[in-house]
Design a protein. Structure first.
Length: 318
């Protein structure tokens, strides 16, 4: 027997929104919790912009989990079209219907046209799925990395975001009874048009400060030694602040590196091991070559001289 998860109620305050995120292990600052709370209360799409790996997509996953809603994800890419994102007709099944009708002597083209353009032959893609009613309540609709899609598709989304509806020429307009919880993310590889942004609440998701990033590491990688977690966070924060890298490491890479070094039973940053595992943290060879070796050793030596790290390392994992 399958157990049905009842949808949770919406948070009634900013503090409750912070608690909601925290309950799923997402460490957010108050500004993010504020705009998320407003988006939920006002039933407006939330437009999240920021570098890759800062936790934008995770917000939609957390909302789905904590609110007990379905998560419908539309992963954007260049060339994304209506057939992949919204709907398409099941042409093989329609052809079978036509042949069966012809074999039965039903040759009225008007009736046949109505018959084959029926919901039975409609293949629903993420946008259409997000507008459908659900027993658990309106779903969380994640439109991920919108900046990778073409501008034509971005323009199409205006109808969806403005009126929570799409128009299917053969069937008419499909409108949601209740708007889905829409989260839009972009890594800012190109600018999104103002017309779309105006329909959303906006928030820039930045890299966390050292204190919050350490809290994230300790929450997500509880098996990592306290000293190792503190030194990793300081190392990463230093890279972002001082090094001219092609791609700065995001929080996701920080967590991967903490997990990797923990799996190798490291209890503190070792220069040789740190150099050998830089491919977990950095994703471009030029960046790795810029940092590895003597630079890694110098950074770790500087970390050890930093008094706040010693205090942080002494704190128990939470």
């Amino acid at each position: 027997m399958t157990e049905t998860t009842l949808p949770a109620s919406m948070p009634a305050s900013i503090a409750e929104t912070l608690d909601l995120l925290q309950s799923a292990g997402y460490v957010a600052d108050r500004s993010l919790a504020t705009v998320l709370h407003l988006a939920l209360r006002m039933k407006r799409p939330l437009f999240l912009e920021g570098e890759a790996g800062v936790g934008k997509t995770e917000i939609a996953k957390v909302l789905s989990k904590t609110l007990g809603r379905d998560l419908i994800r539309l992963q954007c890419y260049e060339g994304l079209d209506i057939a992949s994102a919204v709907y398409e007709w099941n042409y093989p099944a329609q052809m079978v219907e036509i042949r069966v009708s012809e074999a039965a002597g039903d040759t009225d083209h008007s009736d046949l046209s109505k018959s084959i353009f029926d919901e039975r032959f409609l293949i629903k893609r993420p946008v259409l799925q997000a507008l459908e009613p659900s027993l658990s309540g309106p779903p969380v609709f994640l439109i991920d990395e919108l900046d990778r899609a073409d501008e034509a598709f971005e323009a199409f989304l205006l109808e969806v975001l403005s009126d929570n509806q799409v128009t299917i020429p053969e069937l008419g307009t499909v409108k949601a009874d209740e708007p889905p919880i829409v989260i839009i993310t972009t890594n800012r590889t190109r600018e999104i048009h103002d017309a779309l942004k105006r329909r959303c609440l906006y928030h820039w998701v930045d890299y966390p400060d050292a204190e919050r990033e350490l809290e994230i590491v300790r929450s997500k990688v509880p098996g990592a030694a306290a000293r190792l977690s503190a030194e990793i966070v300081t190392f990463v924060q230093t890279l972002r602040a001082e090094e001219d890298l092609f791609k700065q490491p995001g929080v996701a890479e920080t967590l991967d590196w903490a997990t990797a070094l923990s799996e190798l039973n490291e209890i503190a940053l070792d220069p040789d091991m740190a150099s050998d595992t830089l491919g977990v943290l950095l994703k471009y060879q030029d960046d790795i070559e810029r940092v590895r070796g003597s630079k890694v050793r110098q950074m770790i030596d500087d970390i050890r001289k930093d008094a706040p790290i010693a205090a942080a390392a002494a704190m128990p994992n939470v």
